[in-house]
Design a binder for this molecule. Structure first.
Ligand code: S3P
Length: 177
């Protein structure tokens, strides 16, 4: 991994990117950015409202703009929205500016994490494991294209996942001080 590269956490909605990136921040003391939260605070609107008013394409462009900005900065843990991998441009930006870590979980685990949420417009009206499984299958090729490293999360705590990532990425003691 490049000294100043970012760590991009990608993976399906509800896999735990935000929780794991917070654990990473506690462990390695790098700044942490969540692209969804960034968009919500910049626009002053919830994600579902942005989708409703401006459409998915507009939201995807907002994601690209943030990635471009963060790619220049480096040295951050970036928790990405689940659909960030759909655009080739986004995959390229991430690959060129850091290491892309894919977090995976089975559809039932994902369902348990997302079932009570209301701000995932793509799951509204489709909140069931079968639909989640179908969307996961559709997206798998894009996740595979985007990832440098994959970590399965089923049955692991956020701390265990963060520690596994630190080991795989070989983040050095100096960076852990
Ligand atoms: C999306 C995932 C969401 C959010 C938006 C679209 C997706 O983020 O960006 O609702 O297309 O998978 P999380 O993965 O953090 O839920």
């Amino acid at each position: 991994m490049r000294e100043t590269g970012n760590i991009y956490l990608i993976g399906f909605m509800g896999v735990g990117k935000t929780t794991v990136s917070k654990k990473m921040r506690e462990q390695i003391k790098w700044e942490e950015v969540d692209t969804d939260r960034f968009i919500v605070s910049e626009k002053g609107m919830e994600i579902s409202e942005i989708f409703e008013k401006f459409g998915e394409r507009y939201f995807r462009d907002l994601e690209t703009n943030i990635l471009k900005k963060l790619a220049k900065e480096g040295g951050k843990i970036i928790s990405c929205g689940g659909g960030v991998i759909l655009k080739e441009e986004n995959r390229k930006i991430m690959k060129e500016s850091g290491t892309v870590v894919l977090l995976t979980a089975c559809a039932d685990t994902i369902y348990e994490h997302v079932k009570d949420g209301t701000d995932r417009p793509l799951l509204n009206g489709n909140m069931n494991p079968a639909y989640i499984e179908k969307l996961m299958e559709e997206r798998k090729p894009y996740y595979d294209l985007a990832k440098d490293v994959e970590i399965t999360t089923d049955g692991k705590t956020p701390l265990e996942i963060a520690q596994e990532m630190i080991e795989i990425l070989g983040i050095k003691a100096k960076e852990l001080e």
